[in-house]
Design a protein around this ligand. Structure first.
Ligand SMILES: [Fe+2]
Ligand SMILES: [Fe+2]
Length: 207
């Protein structure tokens, strides 16, 4: 590892890739939030195939594709930085770990809606709102707090590793074989979505 200044382009490309993945996840979270809001209206037809596919996407893509790259490549260089920087990474890692239990609440609420439980839609709405707020805040902290620190301190080699990990999703260490499956799932969700959600989802960058 050297302390040579990194070429701006390597950092910029890596950051654009990370933000691109965040944008895609944010679109899916926004779409699931809008769909659940519609469930609150009496008479609105509940499209379980669509919701099921969306839930499967947010249950899998962060944990299997996005977080492993952050945990293995983006976070480790921070271990040689100040204690406050390590604390930020520890909190972000903690978010990755607790996301699963929060998704579990959403999954249980969804199962209750499918089973026809009277207050199911209200419970699902609350669980969805809670998860979307939690995850959007997590991504916001990565973009506004973590990435600026990385820009100030990462070496060229570190940025190259980040760019390579987030690059084309062909590295088997980071679920290359899964990336295609989830691109297809995203397309399938677009096909199932009503017109307004379709155009919203189509605005996302799929990496
Ligand atoms: Fe993260
Ligand atoms: Fe992230």
């Amino acid at each position: 590892m050297t302390d040579t200044p990194f070429p701006k382009s390597a950092a910029n490309r890596a950051i654009a890739l990370i933000k691109g993945e965040h944008r895609t996840l944010a679109r899916m979270l926004g779409a699931i939030h809008m769909l659940v809001a519609r469930y609150q209206h009496a008479g609105y037809e509940q499209n379980f195939d669509l919701f099921d596919a969306m839930l499967r996407y947010i249950e899998n893509v962060p944990n299997k594709l996005h977080h492993p790259k952050e945990d293995k490549v983006l976070f480790p260089p921070f271990m040689r930085f100040a204690a406050s920087d390590k604390q930020l990474v520890a909190e972000l890692e903690h978010d990755h770990a607790r996301g699963e239990s929060r998704l579990g609440s959403m999954r249980r609420a969804y199962d209750a809606v499918r089973a026809g439980v009277t207050n199911g839609p209200a419970v699902l709405s609350a669980a969805t709102q809670e998860f979307v707020g939690f995850y959007m805040n997590h991504m916001r902290r990565e973009e506004l707090q973590l990435l600026p620190l990385a820009v100030a301190r990462f070496t060229n080699e570190e940025w190259q590793r980040v760019e390579s990990a987030f690059g084309d999703n062909t590295d088997p260490l980071f679920g290359a074989e899964l990336a295609d499956d989830y691109r297809l799932l995203y397309q399938c969700i677009i096909e199932l979505a009503p017109a307004t959600l379709k155009s919203y989802l189509e605005g996302a960058v799929i990496t």
